[in-house]
Design a protein around this ligand. Structure first.
Ligand SMILES: [Zn+2]
Length: 305
């Protein structure tokens, strides 16, 4: 029947238009990659992030919907330093998508070209160390976010050449804003150069290196191993000896443990997060996240004086 055919034709045209306006289907494992992919992709890409900002990135709850998302992806961005080693491989197997399989051009490893900290001299997973390939939390240094944003723009250009000029313009805008804000962050933290901090997990090593802080004491005895009373006693001794007055904790870590340690050492607990959306007003915005983290840490140092 004619009218039905006409409706069908209109529906197909609309569908094609919807596809044309979102040329590239991008999946990110964690929200900071998703936020930067969205900044670079603009309206030429749809970006879906698998992990929630309030979820421990080492232990993400794998869902069937993640497999469906990965099955439809043109490009996948993962950290590439075993951050997602515990949960991504089975999802990728289930997705059966050759475009984003390990080694395929659509599979982007963000760590490429980034020097990792804490790479062990001897590979040893026997102690449950989840940083066996080196510290995967390199995105906490805005200079590394710079490298990753460029990497993404290059990859998007390969996979969607007609929109390349848009990706390059979006990248330039993102980098200009990031550079301006980085100068502000360096200035804000400069008065606290050399100040030691305690963190729950070694997430803030790259941040500390960039901004001149010292991050060598952790509530976890090893990455991924929960705090034990003897280890916490040792941490509190170090805090007293080194006059460490600030403990950083993220939404998915035990604030209770951080408070217990802070109470016994006259320190303050500071709520921070490595993921956009984990702090108020930072949803899908990497620069807003680092800005909120810097402000919270500066306020913590001032409160601890
Ligand atoms: Zn970690």
């Amino acid at each position: 029947m004619m009218p039905t055919n006409r409706y069908l034709a209109v529906a197909l045209t609309l569908l094609a238009a919807a596809h044309a306006s979102a040329a590239l289907h991008v999946v990110a494992t964690t929200p900071e990659y998703g936020a930067i992919a969205a900044a670079v992709g603009g309206d030429k890409a749809t970006v879906v992030t698998l992990a929630k900002p309030t979820e421990d990135p080492h232990f993400v709850d794998a869902k069937p919907s993640h497999i469906v998302t990965l099955n439809r992806a043109d490009v996948l961005i993962e950290g590439g330093a075993e951050l997602e080693g515990g949960w991504l491989p089975p999802l990728l197997d289930g997705a059966r998508n050759t475009k984003i399989a390990v080694g395929a051009p659509g599979h982007i490893r963000a760590s490429e070209g980034i020097p990792l900290l804490d790479v062990p001299a001897v590979l040893d997973r026997s102690q449950g160390d989840i940083h066996a390939a080196g510290n995967p939390h390199f995105m906490m240094d805005p200079q590394n976010a710079r490298v990753v944003a460029k990497h993404l723009a290059d990859a998007f250009c390969v996979h969607d050449a007609p929109s390349c000029s848009v990706y390059k313009a979006n990248l330039a805008g993102f980098l200009a804003k990031l550079d301006a804000k980085t100068a502000e962050w360096v200035a804000a933290l400069a008065p606290f150069k050399g100040t030691p901090i305690v963190t729950y997990h070694p997430t803030w090593r790259y941040f500390a290196q960039r901004f001149g802080l010292v991050s060598d004491v952790f509530l976890e005895p090893k990455p991924g191993i929960p705090p034990s009373p003897p280890h916490l006693a040792d941490v509190m001794k170090k805090m007293n000896d080194q006059k460490i007055r600030v403990v950083l904790v993220e939404p998915f870590q035990s604030r209770k443990t951080a408070e217990a340690v802070a109470d016994r050492t006259s320190a303050v607990v500071v709520d921070v997060c490595q993921f956009p959306g984990g702090l108020p007003g930072t949803q899908n915005d990497y620069i807003a996240l680092i800005d909120a983290d810097v402000k919270a840490i500066v306020a913590g140092f001032q409160a601890a004086k």
